[in-house]
Ligand binder design. Structure first.
Ligand code: CMC
Length: 427
């Protein structure tokens, strides 16, 4: 028998269907509520609202579980490459050798930027934030591919998706090269996805660039760990903006801006800045934790807390271990890693964090690795975006496969009631 929830409003009862997911999650379907009762639901910040059904990613925030298409993130991080995970998110299954070779060839084919796109970078100040630059350049890419912009045409949608995955590392590298006044490098399609990015970002035309396999592998794993996270702020942005039937470039450009904020992906930059401040001011971890708890102080413990996880973020667990391994392999010591470990130790024993169930999230340790790998601090968030891109694309494709109507929340109006406009000299 189908399960129902019963709602009673002013003496009348209404039965609302309960929808169950494959991992046991359940939600009350209120699609007909307003039509039947005249009421809407009110849930600012969507703390308790499911905006869609989705078969891409499952999170159990209580247990600290993250699975893409059923596969645990820990296994994907250990056994797959970033492009394999991207293929999984977008197509639903892990690729076999033939499938990944074919898709990688397709991606390589699109790595170059149109020469006119490259001229855009020169218009930005040298210290422009790479998130602003990449969002603007991606919005501009739509003007170069007018024949492939229909989101409802599967071939066109896939062509835009491949172009974006292929060109994003080139865009990030060009943004960096512009900021340091060095020439742009063309992609070298003999290299892997990550190797190509590292060469374009940190190589020069004067010398052969040797890719350090430790660095390439660490970045590939970080990209995997960021690849999707169901209906977070930027992915919900993709779905909402995409529901207007804008092209993929427009939806991804919007998502990059959503990710930029310090409560979302911008937290990885904010964490390293926090650790640097603690280091520079000679604060103890306890002193900073006390500040983060103080309601009169605006500081938060950046990289801590999550809307969904009420347990250790499984991505943070992998990244914390990787941070130690990468620093060992590179022979680097990091006092920032030591400060981060100490902050975590103190916070996890503190009643404020324990009672609110605040744990380290994906951003807490990622910056320590990026910094050790030589990624500039203001590029941390754009590295997050590079990883999240396949997730955004998968959700955008799923949205259109589901034929979802335009996203359009309701509100409860609390402003002035109807009044008349007085002529200007009588106001
Ligand atoms: N430091 C100190 N207090 C915190 C923190 C923190 N990092 N996070 C939450 N709290 C407190 C908050 O003040 C509130 O306390 P009270 O109930 O007394 O008012 C309580 O914990 C609940 O917090 P909330 O802000 O209502 O929770 P939320 O679900 O709306 O916000 C969050 C989640 C991630 C925005 C928030 O935890 C935060 O701002 N963390 C720091 C920024 C950060 O690390 N963001 C990255 C998130 S994970 C990756 C990503 O999405 O990009």
């Amino acid at each position: 028998m189908d399960k129902k929830a019963r709602l009673e409003v002013e003496g009348k009862s209404y039965d609302l269907p309960i929808i169950a997911g494959t991992e046991g999650e359940r939600g009350i379907d209120i699609g007909n509520l307003r039509g039947e009762t005249g009421l809407v639901t009110l849930d600012p910040a969507y703390k308790n609202t499911g905006s869609c059904t989705s078969s891409i990613t499952f999170i159990d925030g209580e247990q600290g579980v993250l699975q893409h298409r059923g596969y645990p993130i820990e296994q994907l991080a250990e056994k797959a490459t970033f492009l394999e995970v991207a293929y999984l998110l977008i197509n639903g299954e892990l690729p076999n050798r033939g499938q990944i070779e074919e898709w990688s060839t397709e991606i390589r084919y699109h790595t170059m930027l149109h020469e006119d796109v490259k001229r855009l970078f020169g218009a930005f100040p040298k210290d422009a934030h790479p998130m602003a630059v990449s969002s603007a350049v991606i919005a501009a890419l739509s003007t170069f591919y007018p024949e492939d912009l229909d989101p409802l045409d599967e071939r066109q949608a896939r062509a835009s998706a491949d172009r974006l995955i292929a060109k994003f590392p080139t865009i990030v590298a060009c943004a960096y090269k512009h900021s340091v006044g060095q020439p742009f490098l063309y992609p070298d399609n003999k290299l892997s996805y990550v190797e190509n990015f590292l060469r374009m970002a940190f190589g020069t035309p004067c010398e052969e660039f040797e890719v350090d396999p430790v660095i390439a592998q660490a970045i590939d794993q970080l990209l995997i760990l960021h690849a999707d996270h169901e209906q977070n702020c930027s992915t919900s942005t993709v779905r909402l903006v995409g529901s207007s039937h804008v092209n993929l470039f427009g939806a991804i450009s919007a998502a990059i801006n959503a990710l930029w904020g310090s409560r979302h992906g911008g937290a990885n930059q904010a964490v390293i800045e926090m650790l640097e401040t603690i280091d520079a001011e000679g604060l103890t971890a306890q002193q900073f934790v006390d500040r983060a708890k103080d309601r009169d102080d605006t500081s938060r413990l950046m990289g801590f807390g999550h809307r969904v996880y009420r347990n250790y973020d499984p991505r943070a667990r992998v990244i914390k271990q990787a941070a130690g391994n990468v620093l060992d392999k590179l022979g680097v010591t990091s006092n920032l890693l030591e400060i981060a470990v100490e902050l975590e130790r103190i916070a996890l024993q503190d009643d404020y964090f324990v009672s609110r169930r605040l744990f380290p999230n994906v951003d807490f340790y990622s910056g320590v690795i990026y910094r050790a790998l030589g990624i500039p601090v203001n590029s941390f968030t754009v590295m997050f975006a590079m990883g999240r891109l396949p997730g955004w694309i998968a959700h955008w494709l799923e949205l259109h496969q589901q034929g979802q109507a335009i996203g359009r929340p309701r509100q409860i109006y609390i402003g002035p009631t109807k009044r008349d406009v007085a002529p200007i000299d009588q106001r």
